[in-house]
Design a protein around this ligand. Structure first.
Ligand code: SAH
Length: 327
């Protein structure tokens, strides 16, 4: 519009301020400019289709996008802060056998505004004391399969004229797309999480089709080469499935596999559902698995399963709408 650059920054600040829905609200613009913006532009926001709160404080939001697709976002209470779990695609093409989102298939990539907009919409729907400090890209979809929108969303989310999240508090999780993973390390200092779930090809092939394209060796080689920002470690997520990947041997193999990588291991209890033919490992099995890795000097966390009563736990997103009302 031929206006000075600072006007652009001003407008950006308005657009990423919770509650901004009409150019008329931009009170530091002249009336004429507000009218011209309204004539040329349109402010749209994702519509809330669902906002549920779990007994443990986890909140799940479902949004309807302009073309009718529905995506979900989860707000998770942690000690002293909240973490936001965002989606990057409607559906997912990766086909992991244990995951609900995989069952709906791939619908489409999200736009940067739809990814970053999840943080904005959650802030609009919650009191300020529950606004998230951390963001994990662990909702629906494979972030690295939507690379350019992921980068643009990260840029918006960390802009100090906008939501101003710290890159150190953002983690991108991947099922193991090797080329964009290495690019991510070159392009940003964002945290990286790898959904490993198996320490060898035999195990991983059974549950994650992506392993046939980039196998355990290729993935771990890439992790070794990954340009980690100072003081960062790679988080390895390991979903424990009874009788599939949870034996002592699997734990020992995992420990040997990751040797020398600055790593944190996150063990995830499987969230069961009728349609998915796997079971959760027993608590004793999970503890034994954890102890083996601790004895090998790894930092190992057991993730708590939160939001189960509202189907907001890992891998449950979109489960309800496909399966009908839950019991
Ligand atoms: N596509 C990315 C991010 C989304 S999935 C990735 O694969 O990392 C976020 C995490 O939830 C992944 O580690 C995924 O394997 C895990 N997950 C999927 N289904 C699950 C289930 N039913 N129970 C527990 N975790 C699950």
């Amino acid at each position: 519009m031929g206006l000075p650059a600072f006007r652009g920054r001003q407008l950006f600040r308005w657009l990423w301020r919770p509650g901004f829905s009409d150019f008329a609200q931009a009170t530091d613009f002249s009336l004429g400019l507000r009218e011209e913006l309204a004539a040329r532009g349109k402010i749209s926001a994702m519509e809330t289709v669902e906002a549920l709160c779990s007994s443990d404080g986890t909140r799940k939001f479902a949004w309807r996008l302009a073309d009718g697709e529905i995506i979900e976002t989860v707000l998770i209470p942690e000690r002293g802060h909240f973490t936001l779990c965002v989606s990057t695609q409607a559906g997912c093409a990766m086909g992991c056998r244990f995951c609900h989102t995989a069952r709906m298939g791939f619908r489409r990539d999200l736009e940067p505004s739809e990814i970053a907009g999840q943080a904005l919409r959650v802030m609009e729907e919650t009191e300020e004391s529950a606004w998230p400090r951390n963001i994990v890209f662990m909702g629906m979809g494979e972030p690295l399969a939507n690379y350019s929108s992921l980068l643009a969303a990260l840029e918006i989310l960390t802009d100090d004229h906008g939501p101003n999240f710290s890159l150190r508090r953002i983690t991108v999780s991947t099922c193991g797309l090797v080329p964009p993973m290495l690019r991510l390390g070159e392009d940003t200092d964002v945290g990286l999480a790898v959904s490993l779930h198996g320490p060898d090809d035999e195990t991983r092939d059974r549950i994650m089709p992506v392993n046939r394209r980039w196998n355990v060796r290729a993935l771990i080689d890439a992790c070794r080469r990954y340009p980690l920002a100072r003081r960062r470690r790679i988080t390895f997520e390991y979903l424990l499935l009874q009788g599939v990947n949870d034996s002592d041997e699997h734990a020992e193999r995992l420990g040997r596999l990751l040797r020398g990588i600055p790593a944190k291991i996150n063990l995830i209890p499987f969230n069961e559902s009728k349609e998915i033919p796997f079971s959760r490992s027993s608590t004793e099995r999970m503890e034994a698995f954890q102890n083996i890795l601790r004895n090998m000097n790894y930092t190992v966390m057991m993730r708590k399963s939160k939001g189960q009563d509202i189907a907001a736990a890992c891998g449950q997103l979109y489960a309800e709408k496909k399966a009908g009302p839950s019991s």
